[in-house]
Design a protein. Sequence first.
Lengths: 194, 194
Amino acid sequence: MARTGRRPGDSGTREAILDAARETFADKGFAAASVRAIATRAEVDAALVHHYFGTKTDLFVAAMELPFDPAAVVPALLEPGIDGLGERIVRFFLGVWAQPVPRARIQAILRSALTEETGAALLRDFVTTEVLGRVAAALGTPDAELRATLVGTQLVGLGVLRYIVRVEPLASADADAVVAAVAPTIQRYLTGEL
Amino acid sequence: MARTGRRPGDSGTREAILDAARETFADKGFAAASVRAIATRAEVDAALVHHYFGTKTDLFVAAMELPFDPAAVVPALLEPGIDGLGERIVRFFLGVWAQPVPRARIQAILRSALTEETGAALLRDFVTTEVLGRVAAALGTPDAELRATLVGTQLVGLGVLRYIVRVEPLASADADAVVAAVAPTIQRYLTGEL
């Protein structure tokens, strides 16, 4: 009965869904959290959740205020093929970190992952499924998951040292110089000899 | 001569020096903080600080509870020469992170660097001087500082994803497999084409 109590268009409903999503993702992790469980917690119909936020991934992106949606970005980066993928990934990544608002959001997410086990588990779960899983599927090799996580190590470390800790001369280095230095690492992790 | 027996007040003095060191390093950064300023803040003689803790670097290591002293470790890693340096660095690094207490300490330091500007500045200052500076001096090339910071990006990201966020299959991967995958990256950053 309570499910019909909230009407579409109520901004309180959107906030209630986002709150329920954050709580449910934190409780269960990304993979095990269902849109239905989130809807139940928010006391709305699951169809309303989809209507407002789209897929579970879209809802996660909205609830966590992620700076980009990997469901859109990862396929776009993969689409031109494996050649040059390392360079495209590094350029995209530098572009996101270079903007203050996305950077602050990534920093907050990393801080949460370093501070509490729940934060680490949630990040791990989402990144594994939605980012690394997509890259690994595109590579299609037996060690593709390990390769994708190695890519992650280089990108996370680059972001932390260049944009948060701001170690010189890396912090002030030209983006092209950083791409030239790091893209071969990413490409080797993706397709080279390990 | 009096060092054989602990006199009343000794442990209080040591703690006062460590507190003063933490405050002074936080205020001024590693490079600008002097042992004399720390001694003044602790209301002891500078000679007593040296007597208890050795050099300023040693004092920093003690005050920050760093899991290793780069003044000892970096030269030891560099000593056999540039060949195989990437592999030695990765093996050492995995060995430190694999132990719970050092890992917890590194995690706390990274968290501080991600949380507050003071933490980031202090880490940046110390790592630049005591770790990257030593590696860069050993390389001796014009771009040695950039190379050393690139090494740092790969190591930090590896530590965060393998040991803190624990993304699979990287977290459970055999150390030898991780060394085989990552050592060539480190070696290329140190001596390869960028």
